[in-house]
Design a protein. Structure first.
Length: 426
């Protein structure tokens, strides 16, 4: 058993060193002793079974404890047909995991005194002035009537998804229809539209409820991405690169993957009737979706879903949050701003058993009864089956990345959490 444990440490060290060669400013320490080797073996067997059963083609799991890597493994295949193995340095479409990064960018500008959270967004994006709320919607021709909103949408509303803005392409029937009719898109996998064009069109359209009344997951964070662009005077992508990615050493996170790294974009599979198939190059999701959009150089820089990244890059971002705003000597946020972002910001508004902060889902006491993650854990995931969580009480950063859409095994992320927590040593 001792020899096996030593072998696992050596193997993990080799994997980490290889993946970090061009990935971060400073090598991250490896300490698998936080997890019991005989218990991680249980996890390894279970994850391999998911591959063998056809629940997924492949995936990558990563656990960091106190800033040290305790678990970092790839499973299965990037390409099933070619038997190409999944690698820990594959670049994944992280979709809505972009939202947390965008929210951090907004809070950086908040810290610079550029705005307060309860200021109306129309102060910076005039198209949102004098908002209206949908009253009646005609499914036959997508026509509608509206009534004036009780108040304007604020930056805080956008950060908490309580603005009343819906989603395009993947939202409700009404939002899909109204947005499609007016040329508003969901922000990923689409060509020939910019962030500014998309948000200016969105600002003229009705809200689906009064601001602050309900939690409605929508294009809120895309609006925030454009806010960053307007306030900073940089393109949104330039701001993220200069202010977040470069200081943290996130060298594999992009809206558009550079040519020399495009071969690392992970394959995107679909699952139907229990069968995995490579998604076709173009796909219909209330419009044309381009499977390999990160390699296409499209102009859209979606704050709600446009980024692609490696699991290690995103772990570094999350470790910065767990470190109360710092990582490897780079200060991104103050500790009190991190506190604000990771506390309940929606009060008694319903969001299942959990709550929502400023860009993150927040685990409540009721939520902590469902999974081993502790109360105050913050998390989210992406449309293509990537997921993450940060457990401040356990000092854990956890991630499990796949790229499948749609999937019939959406509970894999929860299963992975259970597998990791059962392996904790003490």
């Amino acid at each position: 058993m001792k020899k096996l444990f030593i072998l696992q440490i050596l193997l993990l060290s080799i994997l980490v060193t290889k993946a970090q060669t061009t990935n971060s400013k400073t090598a991250i320490a490896v300490d698998p002793s936080y997890l019991l080797a005989n218990r991680t073996n249980i996890a390894d067997r279970a994850i391999q079974e998911w591959v063998d059963k056809g629940w997924m083609n492949g995936g990558v799991g990563l656990i960091m404890h106190n800033g040290k890597i305790a678990y970092y493994k790839a499973f299965g295949y990037d390409n099933i047909e070619k038997k190409t193995p999944m690698r820990v340095d594959h670049i994944f479409r992280i979709a809505s995991q972009t939202k947390a990064i965008t929210s951090v960018a907004v809070m950086m500008l908040f810290e610079e005194g550029k705005f307060l959270l309860d200021e109306p967004i129309s102060k910076f994006i005039p198209e949102f002035k004098n908002p209206h709320v949908l009253d009646k919607f005609n499914e036959i021709d997508s026509s509608y009537t509206t009534t004036p909103a009780k108040r304007e949408v604020t930056i805080r509303d956008l950060l908490t998804h309580t603005s009343g803005i819906g989603y395009a392409q993947i939202g409700s029937a009404a939002s899909n229809a109204i947005y499609a009719k007016n040329g508003v898109v969901g922000g990923i996998g689409v060509d020939n539209i910019t962030l500014a064009e998309n948000i200016k069109r969105l600002g003229t359209l009705p809200l689906f409820h009064n601001p602050g009344e309900r939690f409605t997951y929508g294009l809120n964070t895309d609006v925030l991405g454009y806010l960053v662009q307007v306030v900073s005077g940089m393109s949104f992508g330039e701001f993220l690169s200069k202010k977040i990615f470069l200081p943290l050493g996130m060298n594999d996170t992009y809206f558009n993957i550079p040519k020399e790294k495009q071969n690392r974009l992970v394959s995107l599979y679909s699952q139907k009737d229990g069968v995995l198939e490579m998604m076709p190059e173009t796909y219909k999701i209330n419009g044309t979706f381009y499977r390999d959009y990160p390699n296409k150089g499209f102009p859209m820089q979606s704050g709600g879903g446009g980024l692609s990244s490696t699991i290690m890059d995103y772990a570094i971002f999350l470790q910065m949050m767990l470190n109360e705003g710092t990582y490897n000597g780079a200060r991104i946020l103050s500790r009190n701003t991190v506190r604000m972002m990771t506390m309940n910001q929606i009060g008694e508004i319903t969001n299942g058993v959990n709550k929502f902060g400023l860009g993150f889902g927040i685990t409540t006491e009721r939520g902590s009864a469902k999974l081993p993650t502790q109360e105050e854990t913050y998390d989210w995931g992406g449309m293509f089956a990537t997921t993450y969580w940060v457990d401040p009480r356990e000092k854990i950063v956890g991630l499990f990345f796949r790229n499948i859409y749609p999937t019939q095994n959406g509970d894999i992320s929860d299963r992975f959490r259970v597998l990791m927590y059962q392996a904790i040593k003490n």
